[in-house]
Design a protein around this ligand. Structure first.
Ligand code: RIB
Ligand code: CA
Length: 316
């Protein structure tokens, strides 16, 4: 079976940073065509710069990074600097990126990559607001048959939101984009808060990263420590910090880490208290066919074992 071509669309962001490193160290499992960036946790300037810096920090300057959309399609968007820092990586100093700038826009890169692939040849992993992916589907609907699966971090099925009581950040930040993607008819997997909240960054797990010998692992430990501290401060200790985004890449490597159900999902784009809510038809009362595999549980130790195994491969 030929390997999937994977596009990671992100808004680094501290948990995005770990997802990027996991993807870069897992290219035996898929062909990473490129990384596209979008405004989300912080501004596009920072998300784009952070992605470029992380790719070079990991010793993968050949991996292409593209600049995408600077704002949401319709709404004013959202930022999460209170948990990612103003620079998006918790103030952890990374070497400035030096690789040449890609002239192509992220949306056009997504379109071109899909058009050059065989049917069902591409998997897209949006782990920030889905603006780039939505616009690619609007600009080039012909790419749909080329996309095998969209595995996204976003939404919450049966619990509270983390940005409003109803909504998770990535969906809240651009619900119109999420609605376009979720209603596209493309098979998709939702890694929502129901499951990602189980990937807790414990002190022991932080210590493991600190004890690895590489500069990259130390940077990861510093980033996660900063992230954990900011989440604890923001929530008054109610939450410890979890690794949301890397769950998508872990799913590509070992889907058995996760379990979920197929449901009908739609996004609330109304100007109400439910703005950005992923409404999941848990009891199938709408009669609508299921359109999303919603992940609900994970083996968090198997997830971290995979993460440690892959990140420890970076010897820099
Ligand atoms: O709600 C968690 C999501 O919002 C993650 O993708 C995190 O990086 C932020 O973008
Ligand atoms: Ca993210």
């Amino acid at each position: 079976m030929t390997k999937q071509t994977v596009i990671l669309d992100c808004d680094p962001g501290l948990d995005d940073a770990v997802a990027i490193l996991l993807a870069l160290t897992s290219q035996e499992n898929f062909d990473l065509a490129g990384i596209t960036t979008v405004a989300g946790n912080v501004s596009l300037y920072h998300t784009y710069r952070n992605a470029r810096a992380l790719v070079e920090l990991a010793g993968c300057p050949e991996v292409r990074v593209f600049e995408g959309c600077a704002r949401a399609i319709m709404s004013e968007g959202a930022r999460a600097e209170e948990v990612h820092g103003a620079d998006g990586i918790g103030g952890v100093p990374l070497p400035a990126p030096t690789a040449p700038i890609e002239e192509q826009h992220a949306v056009d890169f997504i379109i071109e990559t899909c058009r050059n692939a065989p049917d069902k040849g591409v998997t897209i992993c949006p782990i920030g607001p889905m603006t780039n992916v939505a616009l690619a589907l609007i600009k080039a609907p012909d790419i749909k048959p080329k996309i095998n699966e969209i595995v996204f971090m976003g939404g919450v099925a049966f619990g509270p939101g983390n940005t409003s009581p109803a909504a998770e950040f990535n969906i809240y930040a651009d619900p119109h984009a999420a609605e376009i993607v979720i209603k596209s008819g493309i098979p998709q997997v939702m890694m929502g808060l129901d499951v990602t909240q189980q990937a807790i960054i414990t002190e022991d797990r932080l210590r493991y990263f600190r004890e690895l010998p590489s500069a990259v692992s130390h940077a990861v430990a510093e980033m996660l420590s900063a992230y954990r501290k900011m989440v604890i401060e923001k929530t008054g200790g109610a939450r410890q910090g979890v690794l949301h985004d890397p769950c998508t890449i872990a799913y590509l490597i070992d889907p058995t880490i996760f379990e979920g159900e197929d449901y009908f999902v739609e996004v609330d784009c109304s100007s109400s208290a439910n703005f950005g809510r992923t409404t999941v038809d848990g009891l199938a009362v709408t009669g609508q066919p299921a359109n999303v595999k919603v992940m609900l549980n994970m083996n968090d130790q198997a997830f971290y074992d995979l993460l440690f195994d892959r990140i420890s491969r970076i010897k820099k």
